[in-house]
Design a binder for this molecule. Structure first.
Ligand code: 9D3
Length: 259
């Protein structure tokens, strides 16, 4: 696993989740070629706003990833640029049509592409899935925007189907951005050395320990005395103890305990 990924596990205490009982390296090729992610959506502007900020933007600028929002309406043929229609069998809501999606994927995909449908019916996203995806060369994240997508898309046009968790959102756009963010930060060179090295030191499969910065006393709320001295061994031990205590209290499941 890259140092960055290990940092993630520690920070969010995922070290014991779903068979992830020990840390496994993400092995990327020595000079990994760039990862391309295309988010196919009717709201490309929402995606661009996120892709053009902070770490994701820098990953693009450093040439580590090629992140793109693609407007699905490019592959509509009518004046209204229609991407949805009423459901066969009746009922409320609209269903996304297969035709624009099929044409878009035919234009975008290459033999290396992995096409992923973002959907509440998908397999649950996790750190392990993010690490797998970070080894791909070309991801196409297809976002739904209505109550559903014609089932033939899932049956015939995609390689994988992913949900980010058991809550209902209004579309697949935010999930696609969540997946993009989680995958891109795992690519070698995306996080600064500082950041990944620092996260390395948390790598114990626990929730994070508390952090403090100046002032040492704010309104009478004091920084723990031990952090103000220079005893690094004592500080390390305090950090481990508080991390373990936080994990016991808030996420006993991560320690293999029920509550
Ligand atoms: C009434 C059935 N609904 C499914 C739970 C229909 C429906 C609601 C909302 C279908 C799609 C959506 C929009 N959500 C996504 O496209 C989506 C999603 C999500 O809502 N939660 C967690 N992960 C994802 S990935 C895509």
């Amino acid at each position: 696993m890259s140092s960055a990924a290990r940092g993630l596990l520690c920070r969010f205490g995922l070290g014991h989740v779903e068979g992830l009982t020990h840390f496994q390296p993400v092995s990327h090729p020595q000079s990994s070629p760039l990862l391309k992610i295309q988010i196919l959506t009717i709201f490309p502007d929402v995606c661009r706003a996120v892709l053009q900020s902070s770490i994701l933007k820098r990953a693009g600028e450093k040439g580590l990833a090629n992140l793109e929002a693609v407007d699905l309406r490019q592959w509509t043929g009518d004046a209204h640029r229609t991407v949805d229609d009423a459901p066969y069998g009746g009922g409320p809501g609209m269903v996304m049509k297969i035709e624009p999606i099929d044409k878009a994927l035919a234009a975008l995909r290459s033999p290396d592409s992995k096409v992923i449908l973002m959907s509440p019916q998908g397999r649950k996203f996790s750190d392990a899935v993010a690490r797998d995806l970070s080894r791909e060369r070309d991801l196409i994240l297809l976002c739904g925007h209505y109550e559903g997508i014609d089932q033939r898309v899932a049956d015939h046009l995609i390689d994988d189907e992913i949900s980010i968790g058991d809550y209902v959102l209004t579309s697949g756009v935010l999930p696609a951005l969540v997946v993009t963010d989680a995958v891109v930060r795992l690519l070698p060179g995306v996080l600064g050395d500082d950041q990944s090295a620092q996260q390395d030191s948390f790598a114990h499969g626990l929730l994070d320990h508390p952090h403090y910065t100046r002032p040492a006393d704010y309104n009478g709320w004091k920084v723990p005395e031990i952090l103000l001295g220079g005893n690094h061994a004592a500080i390390e031990s305090w950090r481990h103890d508080t991390a373990l205590e936080a994990t016991r209290r808030r996420r006993p499941d991560l320690l293999g305990e029920s509550r």
